[in-house]
Design a protein around this ligand. Sequence first.
Ligand code: A3P
Length: 302
Amino acid sequence: MEEKEPFQLIDGICWSSEWSFESLRYALAYEPSPDDLFIVTYPRSGTTWMQNIVYNLQTNGQPFDADREHFFAQNPALEIDGEIGIELMQRPCAIKTHLPMNRVPYHPLAKYICVIRNPKDVCVSYYLLYNSWGDVPKFEFNQFFQYFIEGRLPFNDYFDVLRSAWQRRNDKNVLLVSYEEMRTDLRSMICKIANFINIALNDELLEKVLKYSSFDYMKNKYDAERRLFEKNIIDNIEDKEAAAQRREIFMNESGIKVVRKGEINDWKSFMTPEQSRQIYDRFMVTCKECEGLKNYWLKWNI
Ligand code: A3P
């Protein structure tokens, strides 16, 4: 018997019924304004971390927990929050998207920060997050790995997202940084990001951004703030069943954790040598189309 696809392809994007189709279509048709800033990533590549750094810079060093409603309003997820999210935000802010760069709405004056992370850590981190989502088929790691390597998970193929970002890295309105660089030299990365989005950085602001985007600060506070934010939304949902479903996903303390371990090469406890080799093989195929990408792999000893 033929295996049933767990996810649908909507306009070429692998999508879960967990999210609305309308918001995805809105995202694909969105017309950016020249002052839009996008954060473009594959899930689990350091998206929230980058959102937090940009938010700190844009607010002269305000931590996300000083005004959580403001933080979340200023960081809509384009294809999940759709039009409602975009209408709530006030520029300057940052629009998060997991669409591959060649499908992200483009404007020559808008800016795009792409964060990449090594595929082995992404796969493990995504697996752990994925299984805490509500309305998705649950997978064991080996099964999830198979979908990952075949690019059949929500938000498509990791390697495709990587390739489309890498190929644009020299564009004037694109900044490509890696999770690994951020983890090893956050100070330099913050300077680079501030420069890219034209924020004048002084020592005081730099120290604040370093503090509020540190792993420890985010680990202590981010997921708790996220739960409080969701609680507010859930309390206002009239449909009891929908509210209960959302509560199950977001309010469960042992469930979704955006900030988890924050390590480079944490994949070793999950992947078999054969799986690691399969990732290497696929990465090297992508490298053939992306000059310089192999150095990324070699540098971080993945
Ligand atoms: P791990 O699961 O490997 O720990 P995203 O926001 O794209 O979903 O990425 C989540 C990953 O970024 C998680 O990786 C999380 O722990 C890590 N992360 C979040 N904030 C971080 C920070 N301040 N420093 C380092 N890693 C962070």
